[in-house]
Write a protein that binds this ligand. Structure first.
Ligand SMILES: NC(=O)c1ccc[n+]([C@@H]2O[C@H](COP(=O)([O-])OP(=O)(O)OC[C@H]3O[C@@H](n4cnc5c(N)ncnc54)[C@H](OP(=O)(O)O)[C@@H]3O)[C@@H](O)[C@H]2O)c1
Length: 235
């Protein structure tokens, strides 16, 4: 990875940080954490500064329109061109169905398109297994992830000629604050494991990676089983 600007959108995210760190390479390097102001965002920035990176933060909210996203990226990348962008925005606790679809899907799709125009070397989208296996209990989250995932897959094909690589990451259940109140299912994994698998996938120039690897097969099999035969939470 060449040493241009590295951007993490969803700068407070646990998985986002675990994906960013192995991809950063040695300090010094310009790192930008974009997100809503929070203790987690500042703490992540401090961690990176302690490791020797030059860190700044900028505001990102899923409700930004196209012009506002472009303005945010223009400002964030004014000093060094964008080389690496990780999109870790997502929420299972949106206040309404519409908000859930916007935060997880529409907003992320606009962001991905704006990022591709900046021609970074690598974009990483934290999608979800729910993008391929939508569940009733998390309908807005699933629909949003389907939109974001499909946008990234299409952009990955379109952008290949311009040298921009897009990696779509589809984790199953990852133990973070997002899932802290949920029962741990089979094949649950950790942010660090996601980070290691993403680093290997970037190295191998892949465009899709499941975490854990078996999750792709699990989802294919589950999609063949009649939903009425499955526990309610899996439908
Ligand atoms: N944990 C899992 O089991 C799992 C599984 C598959 C995929 N994923 C995906 O992995 C990514 C990271 O998740 P995580 O587990 O690390 O959870 P997390 O720590 O809660 O990270 C989610 C990020 O999304 C941001 N976000 C949420 N709503 C937003 C909004 N309206 N505007 C701007 N930013 C917003 C959060 O910022 P704030 O701090 O401001 O809320 C946070 O930075 C997400 O895309 C998630 O869907 C997670």
């Amino acid at each position: 990875m060449s040493p241009g600007t590295a951007l993490l959108v969803g700068g407070s995210s646990e998985i986002g940080m675990a994906v960013l760190l192995p991809l950063l390479g040695p300090a010094p390097r310009q790192v930008i954490l974009a997100g809503r102001p929070s203790g987690e965002l500042w703490w992540n920035a401090e961690r990176l500064r302690d490791a020797g990176y030059s860190v700044s933060t900028t505001q990102y909210d899923a409700g930004l329109n196209v012009e506002e996203i472009d303005g945010m990226l223009e400002h964030a990348c004014a000093e060094h061109p964008l080389e690496l962008a990780i999109v870790a925005v997502g929420s299972m606790s949106s206040t309404s169905f519409a908000d859930g679809v916007v935060v997880n899907g529409f907003g992320v799709s606009l962001l991905l398109r704006a990022l591709v125009h900046r021609k970074p070397e690598q974009i990483v989208l934290l999608s979800s297994a729910a993008a391929v296996r939508p569940r009733q209990s998390i309908a807005a989250y699933s629909l949003g992830k389907q939109l974001a995932d499909s946008t990234a897959v299409l952009l990955s094909r379109q952008a290949a000629d311009t040298g921009v690589r897009v990696l779509v990451v589809r984790p199953g259940f990852v133990q973070t604050r997002m899932t802290a109140d949920l029962k741990k299912p089979p094949f649950a994994t950790s942010p660090d494991r996601v980070g290691r698998r993403v680093a290997a996938a970037v190295e191998a120039r892949k465009s899709i990676v499941w975490v854990p690897g078996v999750m792709g097969l699990v989802v294919r099999v589950l999609n063949l089983v009649p939903r009425r035969l499955l526990p309610e939470a899996w439908r």
